[in-house]
Design a protein around this ligand. Structure first.
Ligand code: NAG
Ligand code: NAG
Ligand code: NAG
Ligand code: NAG
Ligand code: NAG
Length: 394
């Protein structure tokens, strides 16, 4: 970006902030009117906002949840880029109580969603500033541009390192696919059972680039989850459990067979979490490339660390940010518009139907991540018009 553009943007930001502050008075007035109007609506029509009879929300608590959208300081970009400034600005805005939170989610999801370009820009700037150089988009994955053969790489979940071996070097792409602003629409598809019967396949496939996770099957589920895949991740635990760590030829054949439904996709491997799983992931990458022609890509451990530090501080989650949130926060500069499907950490839908952990199998969930806290972060981004979250049917 040229100095001129930057200068213009700063002037634009300053102008915008001043204007935003002037608007506060007007907005407070508007808020009062909205609250009064809502109270009248509630009184006249008590069922309008309720999830079900048992949990009718109190008007104010439900509305107060959305107060941040009228907080004008939120719209002014962070100037000094510190991580703690970001954490304070975007801290969790919702109650920790799931029942009350779901009431708020129901209200938020019923509102008409509109992309907020100005705030998206501010959020993207803030995120970029807080992530710093290590968290830049061009360091999302290892490429022959950002590492050299023989370089030392640190694992992020324990103190250990490895050198970029000849075998790994040969698997690395020459350059990154992830360049700022080159994709218009992205679908990010989680694997929650909330997608079952959603009929979201068509809507998901309309995007230019589709992200999926941990080889979640698409074959046989196209109506609900779509058929297009441009990026899917693979966790080491899946290779260990489902493909016996690829020890026998028969395991590797079965693995290659499962990969066929993702033909043409990138295969993202978090190879630098644990050293003792590193070699197995390199082997998985080789199989994927040789037998199915998938391009393996390896998450850069420094990039993961900066994203994980940021969210640990901001949403007070566990140390280990999920691959879902890692990918989502990495691609805000890659995609202009992001639609999110299949993220739902609760055992029932908003109207009380049971939701399985995955749409494609019947395993039970894990407790090693803070899905509930991460999901609150997604709802917040939806509420602010930065991403569009899809819950339920399309
Ligand atoms: C910059 O960051 C420091 C440390 O978090 C904070 O105390 C200070 O107020 C920030 N300055 C601005 C202008 O935001
Ligand atoms: C607006 O947001 C800032 C920072 O998140 C916070 O310190 C301030 O109290 C908020 N103001 C209102 C009126 O909510
Ligand atoms: C995404 O994948 C589809 C097929 O699954 C392909 O047609 C399309 O070109 C890919 N998009 C990009 C931007 O690579
Ligand atoms: C963060 O989480 C811990 C443990 O869950 C809790 O004790 C602490 O009060 C939380 N901090 C904030 C700022 O929410
Ligand atoms: C999942 O949990 C339920 C209830 O706790 C149990 O009945 C079921 O067998 C579990 N399923 C698997 C695949 O472990």
């Amino acid at each position: 970006m040229g100095t001129n553009t930057f200068y213009n943007m700063s002037r634009w930001a300053a102008f915008w902030c001043k204007r935003a502050l002037l608007r506060v008075v007007f907005r407070s007035f508007l808020l009062m009117s909205i609250i009064l109007l809502s109270i009248s609506i509630m009184v006249l029509s008590p069922n309008l906002y309720s999830v079900n009879e048992a949990h009718r929300p109190t008007t104010v608590s439900a509305l107060v949840t959305g107060r941040q959208s009228i907080n004008s300081t939120l719209h002014c970009a962070i100037q000094n880029g510190s991580l703690s400034t970001f954490a304070r600005k975007y801290a969790n805005h919702y109650t920790a109580n799931d029942v009350d939170f779901l009431v708020a989610v129901d209200i938020i999801m019923k509102r008409k969603w509109q992309q907020n370009s100005a705030f998206s820009q501010v959020f993207r700037n803030d995120l970029r500033a807080a992530l710093g150089d290590k968290g830049k988009l061009d360091r999302f994955i290892l490429t022959r541009q950002n590492v050299r053969w023989g370089d030392k790489i640190n694992f992020y979940r324990h103190k250990a390192s490895a050198r970029i071996s000849r075998q790994l070097w040969q698997l690395l792409p020459k350059d990154t696919f992830f360049k700022p602003g080159i994709i218009q629409r992205c679908s990010v598809v989680g694997s929650s059972g909330i997608l079952k019967g959603s009929q979201c396949g068509h809507s998901i496939d309309k995007a230019d680039f589709v992200f999926r996770f941990n080889l979640a099957d698409v074959k046989g589920y196209e109506t609900d989850v779509g058929g297009k895949t441009n990026f899917t991740t693979l966790n080491p635990s899946l290779i260990m459990i489902k493909y016996s760590s690829l020890r026998r030829k028969e395991d590797r054949t079965r693995f290659a067979e499962a990969l066929k439904q993702f033909k043409g996709s990138l295969l993202f491997l978090p190879a630098f979490a644990f050293k003792w799983r590193y070699q197995m992931l390199i082997q998985a990458a080789s199989v994927a490339k040789k037998s199915v022609g998938l391009q393996p890509i390896f998450g850069h451990p420094d990039h993961y660390t900066s994203v994980a530090n940021l969210w640990q501080k901001t949403i007070n989650g566990t140390r280990w940010t999920t691959t879902g949130l890692h990918v989502l926060s990495s691609i805000l500069d890659f995609c202009e518009q992001i639609d999110v499907y299949g993220f739902w950490p609760f055992p029932t839908t908003l109207d009380g139907r049971a939701v399985s952990y995955h749409y494609h199998n019947d395993i039970n969930g894990t407790t090693s991540h803070s899905f509930g806290k991460e999901f609150r972060g997604l709802v917040y981004l939806h509420e602010q018009g930065i991403i569009k979250l899809h819950i339920g049917s399309c």
